[in-house]
Design a protein around this ligand. Structure first.
Ligand code: AMP
Length: 441
């Protein structure tokens, strides 16, 4: 299949070509025709599958004809980062159209948003809270809405946004096309879908499979040795762009500091950073000023860093879906990537659940030469304790500066990042020199 078969408007086809897209991804191949036909769509797809273009392209195609300067499409996303990322896709793919889009989210001054909306836009990408503020103040006019997209609906549910979503839905024109995208289908999302979608076409790709270009491995280790093991792994890994996940904000901050202390250019991204700090950390990671970004799941939501070479789960996830979501950041759009997970004895049940979801065992690796027998320190044992259960909060309003001071770069490993298919799950050539693979007890 080729993008030409969709018969997009020439201005859209030209942008697709310029973006370097040749073959539609499965969600695009299945989803674009359904959306272009005007059907409601239930899209089961995770980040990294090309789902954004699957709804952005048909929306551009619809809007390129007809009146301009009135909001005809509204996309609701859980986080500012995801909203910005979607807006960026609209800018890239709609570059040659005269359509205008705007983002609407909290944590920033509302006035420029009001001004932009007043000047006339065709597409709005919004987070629920600030959208409701605009609706309440009547600074947004959604009377001409034709298409509504709810993106990452399960994340919106996790973050407690469902009541806001229902309030928004109650005030939108009922005659419209609705598209709902979600990586998973918890019962509340099923109910929401049943309430708002009319005869939907269901498009499902890879909800239980991570990108095939990711190689996974787990590293059994005692809780208090996680940081030394992470440093050891990094010593032997190509560190162009490593995304490290921790369970809590506190751990993200501490691990970020420990990496800086060890000489890495690292930043941490936690849910309660100010917008400026978040942007600085994200942009620094994107442009390579930071080699390593340490983040919690909430803070990392929506990050589109197509070049992430390694995802390290410093703390294992609490759901198999979250594991797949995390590692969706690497191995995107046919690039290769590695996913390392540090596991303690307490994580055995979760490892089994993830393996069941992946349909394949995860390879256990021990790092040769690493001293696994160092006893836990008596004092300062914060990292000897398992992480607390994460606290899911709505978009935070408190601002707390993060320490993101750049540290001197250490010499990078000479070998390039390599990856293997999930099924193979073999160590990369570089790793096999330093790691002795074996089944852990
Ligand atoms: P998404 O799942 O929408 O976050 O997209 C993941 C990445 O894949 C983004 O960096 C897109 O630019 C890229 N992408 C989307 N569709 C295609 C395609 N058909 N061919 C190549 N890359 C794509």
């Amino acid at each position: 299949m080729h993008f030409q078969s969709f018969n997009f408007h020439p201005s859209i086809s030209a942008a697709v070509k310029e973006a370097g897209y040749v073959t539609p991804t499965p969600i695009q191949a299945q989803g674009i025709p359904a959306v272009m036909k005007g059907s409601d769509v239930m899209g089961l797809a995770q980040t990294g599958t090309g789902k954004t273009a699957a709804f952005v392209l048909p929306i551009l195609q619809r809007l390129v004809k007809g009146p301009q300067g009135k909001i005809r499409a509204l996309i609701i996303a859980p986080t500012r980062e995801l909203a910005e990322q979607i807006n960026e896709s609209i800018a890239v793919l709609g570059k040659q159209t005269r359509l205008r889009s705007a983002t609407v989210y909290g944590g920033v001054n509302i006035k420029p948003q009001i001004q932009k909306l007043r000047n006339g836009v065709d597409i709005v990408v919004a987070c629920p809270g600030r959208l409701l503020d605009h609706m309440g103040q009547k600074t947004i006019d959604l009377a001409n809405l034709e298409v509504l997209v709810l993106d990452e609906a399960d994340q919106m549910f996790d973050m407690g946004f469902l009541p806001d979503i229902r309030r928004i839905l109650g005030q939108l024109p009922s005659k419209r096309q609705t598209l709902l995208f979600s990586a998973t289908m918890p019962p509340d999302i099923k109910r929401l879908a049943a309430d708002i979608l009319h005869n939907p076409v269901t498009v499902q790709v890879g909800t239980t499979a991570p990108p095939v270009t990711v190689s996974h491995a787990i590293y059994p280790v005692a809780q208090h040795l996680k940081t030394p093991l992470l440093l050891e792994l990094l010593r032997h890994t190509d560190k162009q762009s490593v995304l490290v996940f921790t369970r809590t904000k506190h751990r993200a901050k501490r691990v970020g500091e420990q990496l800086e202390k060890a000489g890495y250019r690292a930043a941490s991204l936690q849910g309660n950073l100010s917008q400026n700090r978040r942007q600085a950390a994200l942009e620094g990671f994107r442009d390579g000023s930071f080699q390593i970004l340490v983040a919690t799941d909430i803070a990392a939501r929506g990050i589109d860093v197509s070049q992430v070479s390694h995802v390290v789960n410093y703390d294992i996830t609490d759901k198999a879906e979250t594991y797949i979501h995390r590692i969706g950041r690497t191995g995107r759009a046919s690039r290769t990537g590695d996913a390392f997970t540090l596991v303690t004895a307490d994580d055995a049940a979760m490892v089994r659940t993830i393996e069941k979801t992946l349909g394949a065992p995860l390879e256990r690796r021990l790092v040769e030469g690493f001293d696994y027998n160092v006893p836990a320190p008596r004092q300062d044992a914060e990292f000897a304790r398992p992480p607390r259960t994460p606290q899911v909060r709505k978009q935070p309003r408190t601002k707390q500066p993060a320490k993101t001071t750049a540290a001197p770069q250490i010499k990078q490993a000479a070998q390039p990042a390599t990856g293997h298919s999930a099924k193979e799950a073999r160590p990369s050539a570089a790793q096999s020199r330093v790691h002795r693979s074996r089944r852990a007890r």
